[in-house]
Design a protein around this ligand. Structure first.
Ligand code: CTP
Length: 398
């Protein structure tokens, strides 16, 4: 959930003691978390714990009396992609339904621009009281998503409906809400990215100018849709941003090939964006080659064509997408590759387009597929291009 901004509102119920675990789960998933709490919530969980785990200030008042600063009461509501109120007490519920705004949590709720999910938690008789039911109906009709309380042992010693769900369950509900239930959720995606370096001697190699940006942007776009991504990358300066991406770093085409062979069977979709060196030195010198002669010849041998191998070992439910970088007869050459490598689609980058290709942050691509469809895009950022490619693949997967 990298980059998602989650505001957690904590009102004063015993279940508040579980919220630090939820904050930890969300932070581990890459989300940004801020907490806002009512005064009575502080009886059950401390600001210090929440602030340490969320790595953010915790808001509990309109004014910070220590340094006299005013906490803008609408900032949090504008900041959040999602407001999760857990536990939601009968008191805070009542204020939400009636429009009472006497603390920062409520001010955040009334200034919220996006979605709100609440987890009511209270004793069983309170939970079934007509006024609580009425208030729940009211906030539901105001657009709030109300998650029914769980059943089990309650703090009062009684047993029944009124428990707050466990942090793991709350986390899953948040994830479902933020990551739309796309076809790609939980799908296993294999991506190759970056250049490969083929050693000549201990200090030199044959490589290319690929930055890996396109492959990493694709990995991110898939992960944003909830897919599990295995990213096999040649040497780059890039970092992964999403916990759904498993990164394997390799150097040579041979290493990349071995990892693809290990992972392709279990994958549902493969997108091969790596700029794999076509040849590598026949012999790698054990010691640094000295410049004794005026001319030096290095014998090269063909590297395995990784994408071709995947195409030959593809079953009908798998989808395989390759890239083609062409300088002339672009579409013709790309379609040749599509057929030869048994692909479902190929993404054509043309080096003749200004701002497209190696090293740039932008790209201009055309997708050609085996049903002879052609989909051209403008010059866009690599992130936008990746989103377009992923949206196309999602349609293909349908
Ligand atoms: N590819 C691969 N393994 C290789 C060479 C290419 O997996 N040894 C993949 C690339 O990741 C890309 C596609 O094949 O998805 C096409 O790569 P490209 O370099 O455009 O084509 P080649 O097949 O190498 O043909 P040529 O260099 O002759 O154009």
């Amino acid at each position: 959930m990298h980059g998602k901004r989650i505001l957690i509102g904590i009102s004063g119920g015993i279940a508040a003691y579980k919220i630090p675990l939820l904050v930890r789960l969300l932070k581990k998933s890459g989300a940004e978390v801020k907490c806002v709490m009512t005064n009575s919530a502080k009886e059950f969980v401390t600001k210090e714990v929440l602030s340490t785990l969320s790595e953010n200030i915790v808001y509990d008042a309109f004014w910070d009396h220590d340094d006299g600063t005013w906490n803008n009461h609408v900032d949090l509501g504008i900041w959040a992609d999602l407001f999760v109120i857990a536990p939601l007490t009968a008191n805070t519920l009542s204020k939400m339904s009636s429009g009472t705004c006497d603390n920062v949590l409520l001010a955040s709720y009334f200034s919220l621009r996006k979605k709100c999910i609440v987890f009511p938690a209270m004793d069983l008789d309170m939970y079934t009281h007509d006024s609580v039911k009425r208030n729940i109906n009211q906030i539901e009709s105001d657009g709030v998503k109300v998650i029914p309380a769980a059943t089990g042992d309650l703090a009062s010693g009684l047993s029944g409906q009124g428990r707050m769900p466990e942090p793991e369950e709350i986390y899953n509900i948040i994830q479902d809400c933020l990551l739309p239930n796309t076809l790609l959720k939980d799908k296993k995606i294999l991506i190759t990215a970056g250049p490969t370096y083929e050693s000549i001697d201990p200090v030199r190699f044959i490589g290319n100018h690929s930055s890996g940006k396109m492959g990493y942007a694709l990995a991110n776009a898939f992960a944003e849709k909830g897919a599990n991504v295995t990213l096999i990358s040649g040497p780059t300066n890039l970092h992964i941003k999403n916990s759904l991406i498993e990164l394997h770093q390799v150097t040579s085409a041979k290493e990349m090939f071995e990892l693809v062979q290990q992972n392709w069977n279990q994958s549902e979709i493969g997108v091969f964006a790596a700029a794999v060196a076509d040849y590598s030195p026949k012999n790698i010198s054990d010691s640094k080659i000295k410049k004794n002669e005026d001319e030096l010849q290095i014998d090269l041998v063909k590297n395995p064509d990784i994408l071709y191998w995947a195409g030959q070992n593809k079953i009908s439910t798998q989808k395989l997408i390759g890239f083609a970088l062409e300088t002339n007869d672009e579409e013709k050459n790309a379609i040749k590759k599509l057929n030869k490598k048994n692909l479902d689609a190929i993404v054509l980058n043309s080096l003749s387009d200004k701002g497209a290709g190696f090293g740039f942050d932008t790209n201009k691509v055309t997708i050609l597929d085996k049903s002879s469809n052609k989909l051209g895009f403008e010059l866009l950022s690599k992130d936008e291009t990746a989103n377009n490619i992923v949206t196309y693949i999602e349609q293909l997967y349908k």
